[in-house]
Design a protein around this ligand. Structure first.
Ligand code: ADP
Length: 302
């Protein structure tokens, strides 16, 4: 089973002929409202691969919250662990994209910033030794740490996708990382966390020194590297014609978590993550681009 504790947003996207300068008004296409947020994306990514998935998140008591619920329900993610925060807005990402695919994004965290320890009351009962508990950094750090400690206490595997990683890195990251079994970061996050510019395998191995037993660095079109107690390995990307890289990282993390929950060894789980990340780049959007199990299996077998 995969248990995700994280963010749920409604993404409001508009295509524009050019990004607005400060003070400028630009007319765009019709607005598209889509479910988003790293937590929600990663939960849906794992669920689409056929793995039982639970999702702990906070939404507001507004229309957008209803939209988030409906989208999760349609994916088969149970709504039992969603907390509705009274008088607070659901998290929203305002996304503006120009014809070259350049974007500007404003995130209003809303209820995500109010996901408190109290919302985790049902978490211990959802965890066991076969669970992969998936965390990101779009919820309050104290809640993230509390969730990781619940995971450790239950003997679950705690997977942290340290994104988005604040710059500078907060001092209390060292406390969180000591509760993490599998750390997943992209290139920028790896450089900032390690404060070093060694080659990627060396960096991944060095990041294990911060606490995680296994470290995975995703390298976009270069694939990924991982380090664990047995050493390091590099994983080439699956060659694809990428049209929109939004959601590749979330697709990777969801597939990695689902594969570990199924008992695959880390190296195989990372390869699955690379395949799921690559497939997500071949379609527009974030959640809409996440592959299903049959799609992923046939992609990896050809
Ligand atoms: P993030 O969006 O978090 O920075 P990455 O860009 O590293 O994440 O993408 C996650 C994974 O998705 C990569 O490790 C890689 O396997 C896959 N991926 C991303 N972009 C491409 C691409 N252009 N071609 C093939 N695979 C890709």
């Amino acid at each position: 089973r995969v248990v995700v504790v994280g963010s749920a947003n409604l993404d409001l996207g508009v295509a524009v002929p050019h990004l607005p300068a400060p003070g400028e008004t630009v007319l765009g296409d019709d607005v598209a409202a889509r479910p988003g947020g790293k937590g929600s994306n990663q939960a849906v990514a794992a669920r689409r691969l056929g793995v039982e998935t639970r999702f702990f998140a906070a939404i507001g008591d507004d229309r957008f919250g209803d939209d988030v619920r409906a989208a999760l329900a349609a994916e088969g993610v149970p709504l039992d662990h969603l907390t509705t925060v009274e008088g607070v807005a659901t998290g929203v990402a305002l996304i503006v994209v120009d014809p070259e695919g350049e974007n500007t994004i404003v995130v209003a965290p809303g209820a995500n910033a109010r996901l408190a320890d109290g919302a985790l009351a049902g978490l211990p009962a959802a965890l066991d030794q076969g669970t992969v508990l998936v965390l990101q950094l779009e919820i309050p750090p104290a809640t993230c740490l509390a969730a990781a400690r619940h995971g450790r206490a239950a003997g679950a595997r705690v997977l942290l996708n340290a994104a988005p990683l604040p710059d500078p890195v907060p001092a209390d990251m060292t406390v969180l990382l000591r509760e993490v079994d599998v750390l997943v970061v992209n290139e920028g996050e790896a450089l900032r966390l390690s404060g070093s510019t060694a080659d990627w395998p060396t960096l991944a191995a060095a990041l294990r020194g911060l606490g995680p037993d296994a470290v995975v660095i995703t390298l976009g079109a270069q694939g990924a590297v991982h380090a664990d107690a047995t050493g390091t390995a590099t994983h080439p990307a699956y060659p694809v014609d990428a049209v929109d890289t939004t959601g590749a990282g979330d697709s990777f993390v969801g597939a990695l978590a689902a594969s570990l929950a199924e008992g695959l060894p880390l190296a195989e789980a990372v390869r699955r993550g690379c395949a799921a990340g690559a497939l997500a780049t071949t379609r527009m959007g974030a959640q809409s681009a996440l592959p299903t199990r049959p799609e992923l299996d046939s992609f990896q077998n050809t």
